[in-house]
Design a protein around this ligand. Structure first.
Ligand code: PLP
Length: 370
């Protein structure tokens, strides 16, 4: 059978850039793909699918409730709209006109991340107004408290991601500061699906997850947390959320992926990831001009990545040039370039097979010894 790449003339990709949207985020298992394929040929009562998926996700996460949206960005917008409009039909219909509603969404300035677009756009789409507390380098609890105390504050939004900037904000303390003022707190934990219980343990009212990242479901956003907030977020489908709804294939794909995750031996999975990284690091370190080491995920997900430090004098090229050379070959190899300016490339192997890691090493050798 021809691959989709052959049939449609598409570039074959080895993705070592993580759960990266521009190259298709993740690889689902065959079992999840089969469920998705079958779902596309059938009808379902969508609210029944929502209830089943919500119950399965809530059970997995140890949360009161959960609901499914089109993606995490949609989840952020709909959760904020839910905080503002609740389940009131007139308010839902009025958004994004937020006249008369609390509309300020406070976030530490270092949490105003850009994951492909600015997260503040998710806030504005709900009709809300972002309020950045502190500076990118630092947001103290006092600065956060001051921002939260302003009139018309709708909620606090925090981000748990390696993308956040500056000194770490203590999430538990930040959530408590919001709750002292009767303000709900949301956490964007898009790529933190193995840490949902830890994020909920901060006291947050809801955590938002990308189901297509490490859960490897079809594209979907999960809003997990307190029942009233989850219901209010879902209720926005009658308003601004129409364009953000979950599809039947996403709902069934999430059910299948959650079922697989519940059966996953996380310790064995972690050991498998460590073995892949150790194999790569050991071989990459022998290549001219490269230093290689393993680095644990800074945001707390239980796996590590490989960091390549490029010495241009020996390698004959900068990290940025090497990244480009990897991308231009066939298959096209994508690595993380956020530290390329400092001479480092970062590689993630979670979705990759051993033979693909071997191909990356072979390409590195070919490029560096040319
Ligand atoms: C990926 C990501 C998102 C957006 O997720 P989508 O499901 O693609 O909408 C939001 N926040 C963070 C921190 C992310 O990493």
């Amino acid at each position: 059978m021809n691959s989709l790449h052959d049939t449609y003339g598409l570039t074959p990709v080895i993705n070592a850039a993580g759960s990266y949207t521009p190259v298709g985020v993740s690889r689902s298992t065959r079992a999840v793909a089969d469920v998705v394929g079958e779902s596309l040929t059938e009808f379902f009562v969508i609210e029944e699918l929502q209830a089943a998926a919500g119950a399965a996700i809530a059970r997995y996460a140890g949360a009161e409730a959960a609901t499914v949206m089109h993606c995490a960005a949609a989840g952020i917008t709909m959760a904020i709209a839910g905080v503002m409009a609740g389940v009131d039909a007139a308010r839902i219909a009025a958004l994004p006109d937020a006249t008369g509603l609390p509309h300020k969404v406070v976030l530490p300035a270092g949490h105003a991340v850009d994951y492909g677009h600015p997260i503040v756009t998710d806030i504005r789409l709900a009709g809300a107004t972002p309020v950045l507390a502190g500076t990118e380098q630092r947001c103290t609890l006092a600065e956060l408290e001051q921002a939260l105390a302003a009139p018309d504050t709708a909620c606090l939004l925090l981000v748990a991601s390696r993308l956040v900037k500056g000194e770490a904000v203590d999430l538990t303390q930040a959530v408590a500061a919001a709750h002292r003022r009767g303000v709900p707190a949301l956490i964007d934990g898009a790529a933190q699906d193995l840490r949902i219980p830890a994020l909920l343990a901060t006291g947050a009212d809801a955590v938002i997850i990308s189901a297509q990242k490490y859960l490897a479901a079809p594209t979907a956003g999960l809003v997990v947390g307190r029942t009233a907030l989850v219901q209010a977020a879902h209720a926005q489908e009658k308003g601004i959320g129409r364009a953000m709804k979950a599809t039947k294939e996403a709902l069934l794909g999430c059910l299948a992926a959650i079922g697989q995750r519940e059966r996953l031996d996380v310790g064995a999975w972690q050991a498998e990831q460590d073995t892949k990284v150790a194999f790569f690091v050991e071989r990459a370190a022998r290549l001219p001009g490269l230093q290689a080491q393993a680095l644990q995920d800074p945001a707390g997900m239980p796996f590590s990545r490989a960091v390549l430090s490029v010495d241009p004098a020996v390698a004959g090229r900068s990290a940025a040039t090497l990244l480009q050379e990897l991308r231009e070959g066939s298959p096209s190899i994508w690595v993380m370039g956020h530290e390329a300016g400092q001479g480092r490339l970062v590689l993630e192997f979670v979705p990759l097979r051993h033979d693909e890691i071997v191909r990356i090493l072979a390409r590195l050798q070919q490029v560096l010894q040319a």
